[in-house]
Design a protein around this ligand. Structure first.
Ligand SMILES: Cc1cc2nc3c(=O)[nH]c(=O)nc-3n(C[C@H](O)[C@H](O)[C@H](O)COP(=O)(O)OP(=O)(O)OC[C@H]3O[C@@H](n4cnc5c(N)ncnc54)[C@H](O)[C@@H]3O)c2cc1C
Length: 371
């Protein structure tokens, strides 16, 4: 570890900004650092999010006591396919009250000596100047990142839209995902958080996405008063996260899981990788370590392409021999548990064997570090 305090500047005081600051200041691989966080809004706040988080990720993030900000806990998640087949993933998860959690983390940053400045919009020139003055500049400025312009490379974005619903009726016992092209090219979700539910979908941007979300709610029997209606981009397939001492985390880095579009786990993992690099005095290795992390597994791109290209009829053919309920359990190979079904499915869909294998692999990788 270096003998003097590191000068660390973080651009963006959202989820990635505060989680990275806390990981550097209070995590397992904490460093001696003076951290300054620049947030353009007048106060720490949450951006749009479904707020679903795996318990594994929450336990990995030990730099802050997040327990008071858990809105609801689930024993798992259910993923539904067009003909009603349900893949039930037995992996504990939560919804988080991010509107309280992120400001509380910002306060904790201050309590640990960080300078959390609000109302400061950082420009590209500011970042270049900071990179000369500071030991490390961390771009945590979200999917429209200005820090990304200094780092170079690119990431893709996709729009997510969501209602916050004051729900009527009993809460589902699991986080619910629906693959159905009637509503979304990827998936729609129902994530309850007490009396308020997050109900949304990954959007096409063709001007009819809100109609599809209304239809989704009606078809799935989700009733209640809509309290909020929001849209926000999600960054994924980032191809570069470092240029010298300027590095990217979170949606600025495009590290969101391309299949699930979960970004909070990616933030926790990237913050951990960065803290380890700084702790070991090996900042130059950050980019390579992120590229080698399962978050950047090469199976994600072809898997996502197939999932986007397949029609509801394709999904129906692929789930024809499946039981109505497929149990997916940690530490148990789903392929082995359902071998006869898988064999029949592969024989009936010989043209899709390669694609299916890549998807199964990508889902396994996702499940191993988040979901
Ligand atoms: C509809 C939707 C649903 C989602 N659901 C989930 C989910 O259920 N689970 C999950 O894990 N992930 C989910 N995600 C993804 C997750 O929300 C993001 O990955 C995560 O919030 C990204 O955090 P971030 O801090 O990188 O970016 P942001 O949340 O965008 O924060 C960036 C911050 O930087 C500030 N900023 C930007 N530019 C500047 C600048 N120039 N100067 C100073 N400050 C700046 C912004 O004001 C903001 O505070 C979802 C995303 C969407 C859109």
């Amino acid at each position: 570890m270096p003998s003097r305090s590191l000068d660390v500047r973080i651009v963006g005081g959202g989820f990635a900004g505060v989680v990275t600051a806390l990981t550097l200041l209070n995590g397992e691989h904490a460093v001696d650092a003076h951290v300054t966080i620049y947030e353009r809004e007048p106060a720490a706040h949450t951006t749009l999010c479904g707020e679903g988080l795996s318990d594994d990720t929450l336990r990995l993030f030990r730099a802050f006591d997040s327990a008071p900000y858990v809105a609801q806990t689930f024993e798992g998640a259910s993923w539904f396919f067009p003909e009603g087949v349900e893949a039930r993933v037995h992996q504990k998860g939560h919804t988080m009250a991010r509107e309280r959690w992120i400001p509380a983390m910002a306060e904790e940053c201050r309590a640990l000596g960080a300078d959390y400045r609000t109302g400061v919009k950082v420009s590209q020139d500011d970042i270049i100047r900071m990179s000369r003055e500071a030991d490390v500049v961390i771009g945590a400025d979200g999917p429209g990142s200005v820090t990304r312009k200094v780092v170079g490379g690119s990431h893709e974005t996709m729009l997510g839209i969501q209602y916050r619903v004051e729900a009527q009726g009993p809460s589902p016992e699991r986080l619910l995902f629906y693959t159905d092209k009637t509503y979304s090219p990827e998936y729609a979700w129902v994530f309850p958080r007490g009396d308020l539910w997050n109900v949304g979908l990954l959007a096409t941007g063709d001007g009819h996405d809100w109609e599809r979300l209304d239809r989704f709610m009606a078809d799935k029997g989700v009733a209640g008063k809509v309290r909020k209606r929001e849209a926000y981009p999600i960054g994924f397939f980032g191809d570069k996260v470092q240029e010298g001492n300027v590095v990217l985390v979170g949606d600025a880095a495009g590290l969101t899981n391309p299949i699930t579009k979960g970004g909070m786990a990616a933030v926790v993992h990237a913050a951990d990788a960065l803290a380890r690099c700084l702790h070991e005095g090996k900042l130059s290795e950050y980019g390579a370590r992120i590229a080698a992390h399962p978050m950047c597994d090469p199976s994600f791109r072809p898997a996502l392409e197939s999932l986007r290209a397949w029609s509801n009829e394709d999904f129906a053919r692929l789930t024809r021999f499946a039981p109505k309920l497929i149990d997916v359990r940690p530490g148990v190979s789903t392929e082995r548990a359902y071998l006869p079904v898988l064999a029949k499915t592969l024989l009936a869909n010989l043209g899709k064997v390669g694609e299916l294998r890549r998807i199964v692999h990508a889902l396994g990788v996702s499940r191993a570090y988040s979901w």
